[in-house]
Write a new protein. Structure first.
Length: 67
């Protein structure tokens, strides 16, 4: 078959990090409680603690430098 197969990266090769506080996730994927935001064409992740602290700014679609 000519289908491309997705091969996950080696464990620990890429770890998701909170763009606000620097907390690292346990895997290369963000936990479901984290928030993903696209700012200036760049994807950023925020941990659940930072997301809870700044939920109003996130829902108001303010860029993270404003909070």
């Amino acid at each position: 078959m000519n289908e491309e197969t997705h091969h996950p990266a080696q464990p620990g090769a890429h770890v998701v990090v909170c763009a606000r506080c620097g907390t690292a996730a346990d895997s290369e994927y963000a936990p479901p409680t984290w928030v993903c935001s696209v700012e200036n064409g760049r994807r950023q992740y925020f941990c659940d603690k930072c997301a809870r602290s700044h939920i109003r700014a996130i829902e108001g679609r303010l860029d993270s430098p404003w909070w």
